[in-house]
Design a protein around this ligand. Structure first.
Ligand SMILES: *Cc1c(COP(=O)(O)O)cnc(C)c1O
Length: 489
């Protein structure tokens, strides 16, 4: 299946491209991104057929439905990385927390956050494409803390690929920063910048669209690509776990096949929620997708009022930093799917130029038929963490935002799948504060406090970070990013 552009075609880009082209060069005409030309219809018998399928078998068949131009052995190798997750037979466990609330844990991969779900297989697919084409790629990533470690981990020492990873200095947890700055491989460059995540993401988008930067890379015989969730190569792997989690509910006899459920997603760049949206459009029985945010509540405003309004907004730092995002890139794919390319281009241009767009009443109704949204303040989040712990469930502050949406956004008593996007180890000071009242603990002290309180061990891969050498020391101003990357290459 081919891919088309969210903002229409400018006459310079091809009108449609293959999957491999879309992931190698993810930016389309007018600054748009790629989407599948049509979505495959899975149908009820697909779910029935996969009632007893393991994760990899399900994944393989979902990918096959998209008819992507990736060879079967490469897909097998990519999916085999799920064998390295905590439980090879079930990389995404579903845990019952209340009678009608189940948590789908997406963080059992090597970097302990849900970014591994997509980036682990994506790394294999992209580097094998580069190798087969005998081309070299610079993969750029901007991270609010979890994409960076996951991208570095997946591309480390892979052929034909170098990675430059931008993170906001001071905008990530200690564990996230250590996961990046202790990465030691010749093909990896980690760059801290003075600024917030939106600064990092804007710098990334600017470089991806810059003809002069590309020309300089060309002199070095290097192509440019991105590992952020603007890349459809990530989204395609994020459809799968929504379907898997639904089937887990059937296997646990919490629902019958065909029953509708709520998906409850802690959202930032909207990749996770978009995966749920596509799964729903492909036939997964979903009542609504609940979009949980923190105080950076642009998505709540969009879904409640139909306004995407950045005019008086600046990013605020919260205890769920992976969601400290105002320009949520994947909303564009929803706009395209609902309203088409011309309208998407118009709205995205308004957002870029006026920092604002407004949906019409009919458009808003279309949104609200599928999405509901709410946001969760940090102190509310800490209370949810505390209450869940009292009920025997330990969760991170991103996951906690879903508990608010679960309470406020449902209008039917249906089973809800909330997604847990990070392990407790990545955001331990907030959790320690919620559980013991301890203030301003360092990550390591907080990890120890929680481990003791919960009677569990700190995972070895987290503990080791605190004694590893720091190999990536660069911290610079935004305007020096391009120079720094060219020097690395
Ligand atoms: C990336 C991330 C999110 C946000 O996911 P999106 O797909 O960008 O909406 C939420 N929680 C954690 C822990 C993350 O790493």
């Amino acid at each position: 299946m081919n891919f088309i552009e969210t903002r229409g075609n400018d006459g310079k880009h091809p009108v449609e491209v293959s999957f491999s082209s879309a992931i190698l060069a993810p930016i389309a005409s007018f600054g748009g991104i790629y989407v599948p030309k049509t979505l495959p219809e899975l149908g009820a018998d697909f779910l029935q057929k996969h009632i007893d399928s393991g994760y990899k078998k399900l994944a393989k068949d979902v990918l096959a439905a998209f008819e992507i131009d990736i060879e079967s052995d490469v897909i097998d190798e990519a999916l085999s990385l799920y064998d390295e997750f905590d439980n090879a037979t079930n990389p995404v466990p579903l845990v019952k927390v209340k009678d009608d609330l189940y948590v789908s844990e997406l963080y059992h991969g090597p970097t302990r956050a849900f970014k591994d779900m997509a980036l682990q297989p994506f790394g294999v697919v992209l580097s094998s494409l580069a190798e087969k084409r005998n081309e070299n790629y610079l993969i750029m990533a901007a991270t609010s803390g979890d994409t960076g470690p996951a991208a570095l981990e997946t591309f480390k020492n892979r052929a034909n690929v170098q990675v430059a990873c931008l993170y906001p200095d001071g905008g990530t947890s200690d564990v996230q920063r250590l996961q990046m700055v202790t990465e030691n491989a010749e093909n990896l460059k980690v760059i801290g910048i003075h600024g917030d995540f939106d600064d990092a993401q804007n710098a990334l988008k600017r470089l991806l669209g810059s003809a002069t930067f590309k020309a300089k890379l060309k002199e070095k015989n290097i192509h440019l690509s991105a590992a952020n969730s603007v890349n459809f190569g990530r989204i395609i792997f994020q459809l799968i776990y929504h379907i898997h989690s639904y089937l887990e509910l059937v296997r646990k006899q919490a629902i019958a096949l065909g029953d509708k459920v709520y998906l409850d997603v802690p959202s930032g760049n909207f990749g996770n929620a978009l995966g749920g949206y596509y799964a729903m459009k492909m036939g997964l029985p979903v009542e609504k997708i609940l979009i949980a945010s923190n105080k950076n509540n642009v998505l709540t405003q969009l879904i409640k009022r139909g306004q995407y309004d950045l005019r008086d907004m600046t990013v605020v730092s919260t205890s769920s930093p992976a969601m400290d995002i105002l320009k949520s890139s994947n909303v564009e794919r929803i706009l395209f799917d609902m309203f088409g390319a011309a309208r998407t281009r118009e709205l995205m241009f308004q957002l870029d130029n006026d920092k604002h767009y407004a949906l019409s009443a009919e458009e808003l109704a279309q949104f609200q038929a599928i999405f509901a949204a709410d946001f969760c303040e940090d102190d509310e989040g800490r209370q949810y963490i505390k209450d869940a712990f009292a009920d025997g469930y330990l969760m991170d502050p991103h996951t906690a935002t879903c508990f608010k949406a679960y309470e406020t956004c449902r209008d039917k008593p249906l089973i809800t799948i909330a997604y847990s996007t990070a392990e407790w180890t990545k955001f331990s000071p907030t959790i320690a504060n919620a559980l013991t009242g301890e203030q301003d603990a360092s990550d390591i002290d907080a990890l120890k406090a929680i481990a003791e309180e919960a009677g569990i061990a700190i995972p070895a891969m987290i503990n080791e970070l605190f004694t590893k050498d720091i190999t990536q020391k660069t911290i610079i101003d935004k305007q020096d990013i391009e120079k720094e990357i060219l020097a690395f290459l």
